[in-house]
Design a binder for this molecule. Structure first.
Ligand SMILES: Nc1nc2c(c(=O)[nH]1)N[C@H]1C(S)=C(S)[C@@H](COP(=O)(O)O)O[C@H]1N2
Ligand SMILES: [Mo]
Length: 431
């Protein structure tokens, strides 16, 4: 690639012609991993291969398809010291190995407080009661008959990146940032169901709440301001086109766009309209942030704007040597849409504007790319996002100045990967 006029500061896409010229010049590129001499025949091209000399699997072989065996490392993983008990536990989405923005349910992270339960649609009931005109119980079949909506949102656990407050700790984007997924949900607006129950007896809803709980033993009860409930909260029964997986709340879960994952109650069974917040365990002893002076930040529902480079990263090292390199990652904001992402390869001294794969959508993941010509020297790669409220993702030190070091939740700081000359990457901090 030494013959291209590509200037990484401008961040253009290297032209296909320049790429092919570069490949021919080095005898590598598209040939077999660079090993083949320039004129030696490539058996993968010149010889008939096994897969072309017999027949493949019939259409009956996979009534429901699984990923091909060669992709068997694209899986949820946990951190052993963090997850000794798998019943009340967490695992992480392999974001370093995915592209685009939709997370397949099969590898989307899970968080359970008392295990994933099995609940048949026939046994499903949803009760809406409290300060409503008519308390109601819905079956699954009832829910299917209300006007439906389809929307894509990210769910981020408030504890995502929570292990990184004191210093760089977990070596991989899956572990530092993998408590997130992004799915297209189909279901009913909660407003539709609340209207069905009637809210005249709730009076002025500006100071009212709902309390939501699940059918699992933990129940994961949380209070949500009625104003948010009437705004964009969904009762979802499909994700990415198919039924919710058991581990994501089959048959029905709550979707609370932009707000912390703990509020997205799975196996949803009860919604009570209340005059006050309930102050449940999940919102007092958990999901509050302890500040330096010992006081607690409470009701920290919104997930602030955040981004991370998913490749290159510790689990996605550069294996092709110098030359054209796709730097890519994800950005999101619980306050609205991502408007821009900047990427630095020198630890924040100079920034380049990344290309958004598509315009940012409110409270959904945005994919970004930066196409560079890597000179083979070490890099300190970071991304920094902006949202449509004007918010800019902070550095770790800016966040520590305000929150101290006692926090677990809501760490949305800029992440640094040290990419070495070998292409391997490590989780580090730059000051
Ligand atoms: N009923 C119930 N809902 C729940 C939980 C739970 O344990 N029980 N865990 C919560 C937490 S802390 C998170 S981060 C999200 C995780 O959703 P997921 O497992 O689909 O990724 O579900 C939330 N909803
Ligand atoms: Mo969570």
């Amino acid at each position: 690639m030494s013959d291209t006029s590509h200037d990484p500061k401008q961040g253009p896409v290297p032209s296909r012609r320049a790429f092919l010229r570069g490949a021919a010049a080095t005898g590598a590129g598209l040939a077999a991993g660079g090993a083949a001499a320039q004129n030696a025949p490539d058996p993968l091209i010149t010889q008939v291969q096994d897969w072309a000399s017999g027949t493949g699997d019939g259409v009956d072989a996979t009534p429901y398809g699984m990923p091909i065996e060669f992709e068997s490392d694209v899986i949820r993983r946990n951190v052993e010291w963090l997850t000794a008990d798998t019943i009340s536990s967490i695992n992480f989405t392999p974001i370093h190995a995915l592209d685009g923005t939709i997370t397949p349910q099969g590898c989307a992270f899970e968080r359970h407080h008392s295990g994933a339960i099995e609940l048949r649609k026939e046994d499903y009931r949803l009760m809406i009661h409290g300060l409503v005109d008519t308390p109601l119980v819905f079956t699954y079949a009832d829910l299917e008959r209300f006007p439906r909506v389809n929307k894509t949102f990210f769910l981020e656990c408030a504890a995502n990146t929570g292990m990184e407050w004191a210093g760089a700790q977990l070596n991989g984007a899956q572990f530092t940032h993998g408590m997130i997924h992004n799915m297209e949900y189909s279901g009913v607006s909660l407003r539709t169901l609340l209207d069905e129950a009637g809210l005249t007896s709730a009076g002025d809803f500006k100071d009212k709440w709902i309390y939501v709980e699940g059918a699992d033993a933990s129940s994961n009860g949380r209070s949500i301001p009625l104003e948010k409930a009437l705004d964009d909260v969904m009762i979802a029964f499909k994700a990415n086109g198919e039924a919710l997986r058991k581990e994501h709340g089959y048959p029905v879960r709550l979707v609370v766009p932009g707000w912390e994952g703990n509020l997205w109650v799975k196996w949803l069974r009860r919604i009570e309209v209340t005059a006050q917040a309930i102050e449940s365990r999940e919102e007092t002893s958990k999901y509050t942030d302890t500040l330096e002076d010992g006081t607690a930040r409470k009701w920290t529902w919104v997930m602030d704007a955040k981004s991370v480079v998913t490749s290159p990263s510790p689990q996605a090292p550069i294996t092709h040597g110098k030359g054209p390199l796709v730097v890519t990652g994800l950005a999101w904001s619980g306050r609205g849409a991502i408007t821009g992402v900047d990427v630095t390869i020198d630890g924040g001294k100079t920034w380049q504007k990344a290309r958004l794969a598509a315009a940012g959508q409110p409270m959904a993941l945005t994919r970004f790319y930066l196409d560079i010509d890597w000179d083979g020297s070490e890099m300190f790669v970071q991304s920094r996002c902006h949202d449509d409220t004007g918010y800019v993702q902070p550095t770790k030190n800016q966040l520590r100045d305000v929150r101290g070091l006692n926090s677990v939740y809501h760490n949305n700081c800029i992440q640094t990967w040290w990419v070495k000359e070998t292409g391997e990457a490590e989780n580090v901090e730059v000051s």
